[in-house]
Ligand binder design. Structure first.
Ligand code: PMP
Length: 430
C-alpha cells in the first residue's frame, strides 16, 4: 500500500531469494540505507526516528565502532586459539561489569549459542533436564532453544522437559507480581520433579520482553530465583533484551532484582551489530565443565567483533549512557503516560530506563492487539519506529538506542499524541 515502484521491485526480488522466513516489520516496509545516532534514513533520504533498536545501543553508524573494527581488520582477524591482547582486555572489562561471582566469560556468535551452551552446562552440573521459561518466552534459534521458546507458537512444540510459568505481570497482579511468579515457579518445579525430569534451569529474560515487558519493583524476581536454586537448579539470566545498561541503573537487568544468578547470557546490544554472544559464569562452573568438555567456536570472540564490543563499552562509559537511559527514559515514560491519559484504551505504561511497554486494552469491540498494531503502523507512517509484543501483540515495545536524547523524546511524543488522537477520532481497520 503506497509503496514506490522501486520498493515494490526490491520487495519482489527479496521474496524470490530470501522467501518469507524473515518477515519484515510494518504493513509498509521501511527501506533503510543509512543511519546516524537514533536516526535512520531511507532510499529517498527521508529521516526516521528509531525508538526500537537495541542492537545499535550506542547509535547507528557509530564512528568509534567503525574505526575500531577497521583498524582491527587491517591488522588481523583470527580466532581464540591464538594468544591475543584484545580478547583478554575485553573479557576483563566485561566480567568486571558483573557481580563478583561471575568472573568468567565464554564468547559465542549469538545470543542463541550462548543460551544453548548455558543450558548444556546447567544440565551437566545438575544432572537434571527440566527447564522453566515464561509462557511467551523467546530464547533463540537452535532446535534446543526453539523447544524452550513458546513465543514460536504451536508449529514448534516445546520439549517434554519444559514447563512454562506466569511472567510477573505487574499490570494484572500489581505488587503481588513477584509472589505470583514465585508460586508459578514452585508449581513448575514440583511438576518437573513428579515427572522425573528434575530441575536443571530457569531461563529468564530479566525484563520479560516477549511476555509484555515487566520491569517491576526491584527485587521482584528474587523469590522465584531462590526457589529454583533451592531445588538444585541454576538461574540463567538472558540479558539479550535488557543488557548493556538499558534499564538505566546497572549494566544488566538481573541486577535490578538480585546479584544471585548462576549464569548470564547476552548478544544483540554488545557490539553494534557485529555478531557476538556471551556467557558469563563462575570460574568454578566453567572449570568444572571444561574438565570434561571442549567448546571451540570459530568466530566466537573474533578480534573484529571484540574490537566493536570494546568501542561499545567505551561509548557507554564515556558518554554516561546508563545515567542517560535513566533520565531520558523517565521523561519518555512520563510523556507517554501524559499523552495516553485522554485515551481510556491505553491501560498501562511501564518499564525501566529506555525499555517501555504500553499495554493496550479493548476499545468497545476493537481488541487491544488491533489498537497496538494501529499505533505501530501509524507511527511508522510518521517515520517513528517502534514495535509490539506479548502473546497477542497488545503491548507497544519502545526500546530506543541508548543515545536517545530529550529532543528525541519530544519528537516521539509529538507523533505519539497525534497517532492516538487519530485513532480516537477515526477508529481502526479490523
Ligand atoms: N534471547 C532473547 C531474549 C532474545 O530476544 C533473542 C533474540 N531476539 C535471543 C535470545 C536470541 O539471540 P540471537 O538472535 O542473537 O541468537
Amino acid at each position: 500500500a503506497g509503496m514506490s515502484a522501486e520498493d515494490a521491485a526490491l520487495l519482489a526480488r527479496r521474496r524470490r531469494v530470501l522467501g518469507d522466513i524473515y518477515p519484515l516489520f510494518y504493513s509498509k516496509p521501511v527501506h533503510v540505507v543509512r543511519g546516524e545516532g537514533a536516526r535512520l534514513y531511507d532510499n529517498e533520504g527521508r529521516e526516521y526516528l528509531d525508538a526500537y533498536n537495541n542492537v545499535l545501543a550506542v547509535g547507528h553508524a557509530n564512528p568509534r565502532i567503525a574505526d575500531a573494527v577497521d583498524a582491527q581488520l587491517r591488522k588481523m582477524n583470527t580466532h581464540t586459539r591464538y594468544l591475543q591482547d584484545g580478547v583478554v582486555d575485553y573479557a576483563e572489562r566485561f566480567v568486571a561489569t558483573h557481580p563478583e561471582a561471575l568472573d568468567r566469560v565464554i564468547f559465542t556468535n549469538s545470543g542463541s549459542e550462548a543460551n544453548d551452551l548455558a543450558l548444556a552446562i546447567a544440565r551437566w552440573r545438575t544432572g537434571a533436564q527440566g527447564v522453566i521459561v515464561t509462557h511467551n518466552a523467546y530464547h533463540g534459534t537452535t532446535q534446543v532453544l526453539a523447544g524452550v521458546s513458546p513465543e514460536n507458537g504451536v508449529a514448534m512444540p516445546l520439549h517434554p522437559y519444559v514447563r512454562t510459568v506466569d511472567a510477573p505481570d505487574t499490570y494484572r497482579y500489581g505488587d503481588q507480581a513477584g509472589a505470583v511468579f514465585a508460586a508459578s515457579v514452585r508449581e513448575a518445579i514440583a511438576d518437573l520433579q513428579r515427572h522425573g525430569w528434575g530441575v536443571s534451569a530457569l531461563l529468564l529474560d530479566t525484563i520479560m520482553s516477549t511476555d509484555g515487558i515487566f520491569a517491576g519493583e526491584p527485587g521482584m524476581l528474587r523469590e522465584g530465583f531462590r526457589a529454583v536454586q533451592e531445588a538444585g537448579g541454576l538461574v540463567i539470566a538472558d540479558e539479550v533484551q535488557p543488557g548493556v545498561g538499558r534499564l538505566g541503573e546497572s549494566m544488566w537487568g538481573f541486577q535490578r532484582h538480585t546479584d544471585d544468578v548462576d549464569m548470564a547470557t547476552c548478544g544483540k546490544p554488545l557490539a553494534g551489530g557485529l555478531p557476538i554472544g556471551t556467557l558469563a559464569l563462575s570460574s568454578e562452573l566453567s572449570d568444572g565443565y571444561a574438565s570434561s568438555h571442549r567448546y571451540f567456536n570459530t568466530f566466537g570472540g573474533n578480534p573484529a567483533s571484540i574490537a566493536a564490543a570494546g568501542a561499545v563499552l567505551d561509548e557507554v562509559e564515556d558518554r554516561g549512557l546508563i545515567a542517560s537511559a535513566h533520565a531520558v527514559g523517565e521523561a519518555l515514560a512520563q510523556g507517554i503516560r501524559d499523552a495516553s491519559a485522554p485515551h481510556g484504551w491505553v491501560k498501562d505504561v511501564r518499564g525501566a530506563g529506555l525499555f517501555i511497554g504500553v499495554e493496550m486494552g479493548a476499545d468497545g469491540d476493537v481488541p487491544g492487539s488491533s489498537l497496538a498494531a494501529a499505533v505501530v503502523n501509524g507511527l511508522r507512517e510518521r517515520r517513528v519506529l517502534i514495535s509490539a509484543v506479548a502473546d497477542d501483540g497488545r503491548v507497544l515495545k519502545v526500546r530506543p538506542p541508548l543515545v536517545f536524547t530529550h529532543d528525541d523524546v519530544a519528537l516521539f511524543l509529538h507523533h505519539y499524541s497525534e497517532v492516538l488522537s487519530e485513532i480516537e477520532t477515526k477508529g481502526v481497520q479490523r
